[in-house]
Design a protein around this ligand. Structure first.
Ligand code: SF4
Length: 296
């Protein structure tokens, strides 16, 4: 059993009213949005994602601002790294860059996204990720979407046009207080489970990633709730602990929270064992760590 704190009644950034489509907001809640020209849009990944041919990050920065986010280590400078979650840079020319790509992308694996959430709140009005997917459909790469946002369900119609498209929805805990502590700007667990269930029902490949697995109150009922979505693919991993040239570790803001919730290796292993038993069956599969993320 984990220690509980009082309920967090702050509204999530995700629940704020969205700007009208086709507008170019410079602020969304407390998040400052700006628009930049990027030099490239396809990146050859290193480290954890190196099994993929390319990554695409339509945005730099992420309004979800998860306490543990390793992507903060890749922010353009130290101040932006420290202020992770308060700013987003839109890659304004992302679609032009993609249209100019000459290489044959058919069958290549593209992970969207490695250092931002492609369906963070600003995507609802800008539809930048959607436009990139619409372009990619013509080339038929294997696309893997990684998100914590139900906005992805809006693009099911585009995802259905790929020969291979998979949506990985991250759900890290069964407890909303834990979710609010570690992922204050993110949609609720219920919203995410509902969205991935919708993706699954639309016959787009769906996967639930517990990455990283946060403190859970009851791993048995957590697993039951995940299975109730109809999804059959799952991935679990602990926090990144090693920092290296291409492998950033857990953000420092998560450390006091990990201590507060007494979430140590033992707690993780106990919960993971239950998840293994319930999610790794004849009909469902549980991948773990880097191997679990490898392209299929
Ligand atoms: S949603 Fe992903 S990229 Fe955004 S802050 Fe959370 S972990 Fe980082």
């Amino acid at each position: 059993m984990i220690a509980r704190k009082g309920p967090n009644t702050e509204p999530s950034l995700f629940d704020l009213p969205s700007p009208e489509p086709a507008t170019r907001p410079t602020r969304l809640g407390l998040t400052v949005i700006d628009y930049k020209q990027a030099s490239s849009i396809l990146t050859v990944p290193k480290g954890f994602m190196q099994g993929y041919d390319f990554t695409i990050n339509p945005y730099s920065g992420c309004a979800f601002g998860c306490a543990y986010c390793y992507a903060a280590a890749f922010a353009p400078d130290e101040t932006l790294s420290k202020d992770w979650g308060t700013w987003v840079r839109v890659k304004d020319n992302a679609l032009d860059l993609l249209r100019r790509v000459k290489r044959d992308l058919r069958g290549k694996s593209i992970y969207i996204s490695s250092v931002t959430d492609p369906y963070q709140p600003i995507e609802r009005s800008l539809e930048l990720t959607r436009s990139l997917l619409q372009e990619l459909v013509h080339h038929q790469p294997r696309v893997i979407i990684q998100t914590r946002s139900p906005i992805v369900a809006r693009d099911i119609d585009v995802l259905q046009q790929f020969e291979f498209a998979q949506v990985n929805m991250t759900v890290t805990t069964d407890d909303e207080d834990v979710r609010k502590a570690f992922e204050p700007g993110c949609p609720s667990n219920a919203q995410r489970l509902q969205a991935i269930s919708e993706v699954q029902r639309a016959k787009v490949r769906a996967c639930i990633t517990m990455t990283p697995l946060l403190p859970v109150v009851n791993p048995e009922t957590f697993a039951d709730a995940l299975l109730a979505t109809g999804v059959t693919r799952f991935i679990v991993q602990p926090f990144h602990t090693k920092k290296g040239m291409f492998a950033a570790g857990t953000r420092d803001t998560a450390t006091p929270l990990i201590d507060k919730y007494k979430w140590d290796g033992e707690g993780y292993a106990a919960a993971r064992d239950v998840l293994r038993r319930k999610l790794n069956t004849k009909h469902t599969g549980l991948g773990e760590g880097k191997g679990g993320f490898a392209p299929v």
